[in-house]
Design a protein around this ligand. Structure first.
Ligand code: C5P
Length: 212
């Protein structure tokens, strides 16, 4: 079974994808980490003429076995990730790894922006996670504060809004709900309630398909 989990920044899709992977005993890939690793590799080159070529080279030589989620989780790396994510060759270089992960025997859970539309349009279940910008900012702020980071909520809010705008306008991105995606708004849900809702959707779809 392939489960695609897409949604905007700090929507809780990563936590939900991890919960679904545990629940169904499937491997999980956080595809944002790939873009973050490429973004981090070109930090400092943003306003130079070599930015695009360096990002493409970084994407082509990415070491997918050594992605460090903690080092890649900063807001600054998130912004860099969304800048390299608009480059078509970067997306193309990262495609095969994601596609193969999705197609492994037994299936997988992948989360990102374009899983249901581009990476696994054939996924068994597609979830598109939503939550209003203010609660997404608050969740991300608490996550960062839990790691001892001092957070400027105003700046974080604008950073999230800007990143969403860039991702939605990305002509190469595929960041929109697939026609067969199930929308799940987690604004008013805590992690457990969101996971229960996601499991109910997955079980419902699989039961209709007669496979679960
Ligand atoms: O999900 P996360 O916040 O880690 O993603 C970082 C950035 O990587 C996103 O803002 C987006 O620009 C890009 N991304 C993407 N396609 C994906 C996953 C992430 O374009 N499948």
């Amino acid at each position: 079974m392939i489960i695609a989990v897409d949604g905007p920044a700090a929507s809780g899709k990563g936590t939900l994808a991890a919960g679904l992977a545990r629940h169904y005993g499937l491997p999980q890939l956080d595809t944002g980490l790939l873009y973050r690793a490429v973004g981090r590799a070109v930090a400092g080159l943003e306003d130079t003429p070599g930015f695009e070529a360096a990002a493409i080279a970084a994407a082509r030589s990415i070491d997918t076995g050594h992605l460090d989620p903690l080092a890649l989780s900063t807001a600054e790396v998130g912004v860099l990730a969304s800048k390299v994510a608009v480059i078509a060759e970067v997306r193309a270089a990262l495609f095969d790894f994601q596609r193969q992960f999705a197609l492994q025997p037994g299936g997988a859970v992948l989360d990102g922006r374009d899983i249901g539309t581009k990476i696994a349009p054939d996924a068994d279940v597609k979830l598109f996670i939503q939550a209003d910008s203010k609660s997404r900012m608050e969740r991300r702020a608490r996550q960062l504060e839990g790691r001892g980071v001092v957070v400027d909520r105003y700046a974080l809010y604008h950073q999230i809004e800007q990143r969403d705008a860039r991702d939605m306008a990305n002509p190469n991105g595929g960041f929109y709900p697939a026609a067969d995606a199930h929308l799940l708004d987690t604004t008013l849900l805590d992690i457990e309630a969101a996971l229960r809702a996601a499991v109910a959707i997955v079980d419902g779809v699989m039961a209709r398909k007669g496979q679960h």
